[in-house]
Design a protein around this ligand. Sequence first.
Ligand code: DAH
Length: 344
Amino acid sequence: MAELIDQIEPLKQTALTELKSAADLAALEQTKGTWLGANGRFTALMKQLGTLPKEEKPAAGKLINAAKVELEAALAERRAELELKAALPKEPTDFTLPGRRRTLGKLHPLTQVTEDIVRSFRKIGFVVADGPEIEDEYHCFDALNTPADHPARDTQDTFYLAKPDGSQPSTLNSQLLLRTHTSSVQIRVMKSQPPPVRIIVPGRVYRRDNADATHNPTFQQIEGLYVDKNVTVGDLKGTVEFVFKELLGEETRIRFRPHYFSYTEPSFEIDFSNKLVKKLGKEWLEIAGCGMVHPAVFEIVGYDPEVWTGWAFGFGIERIAMIRYGINDIRLFYENDVRFLKQF
Ligand code: DAH
């Protein structure tokens, strides 16, 4: 049956052309089915082989097999081409485009404010001092002229801790607590060195406060202490004014109001005023406590109060950061929400 043999070559050519021109992998699969599938046209040809007379079978079989091998090779080749094409980017790579940048982290707004305050004080000769957050009552209160029965302790008597070995404190004022203010570091520094002293102490403090928009049981303070001969309230005021103007703008004004702290005499509260305060609908905003170091404190640390004079202050960092950045809820500082932190 010459007919069958004559069909092989033209069918193969058509199949090859279709396979080679398949536009994508899906089209290629479809073409494969059309020709080589169970009901494919080439498969049909192979099935007819059985109907041939015996003497024609070998020659026809050989031709068909050779054609099938060729078709399968063409199929594999086109598949490889199309797979590569599918894996390549649709657009050619533009090597002149800017690179992809890794986004950098940022300092926490409280850290930024603290660093700015520290920078200002360094300009006028202050150094940073540090002390423990787990403090004893002696450094936190007693040595600051605030004995156990002093009413000022009520608002600060707060997070007490057991001794690491579980024993009771040997004396009343050696009980451990989380420090309620950075003022305890004044005592530690003065006990460790002779005057003069010019330090600032940024650090975390703890109080028995319920968290709300303006309070948090943990917050940050900055303490300042300056001890030398002939130090006056004028020095204190000039220093505070310099730093606040640097921090909150040239038009910032400050004022001192008489107040009471047991470790300073006289004592003041510092108010300040600027555009930001007026935005809050206020003329003055209370920001810090300060005063001239009490002679009793000097005696406790072994400085002669007849020779040495000094001033000290302490203020909260959150308060300043809130005013500076227009933040209305202190708790935002502690939530670690990147959407908040990214803004500063
Ligand atoms: N320790 C005070 C507080 O936490 C702030 C303070 C007031 C610090 C007067 C001082 C000072 O050094 O002289 O509220």
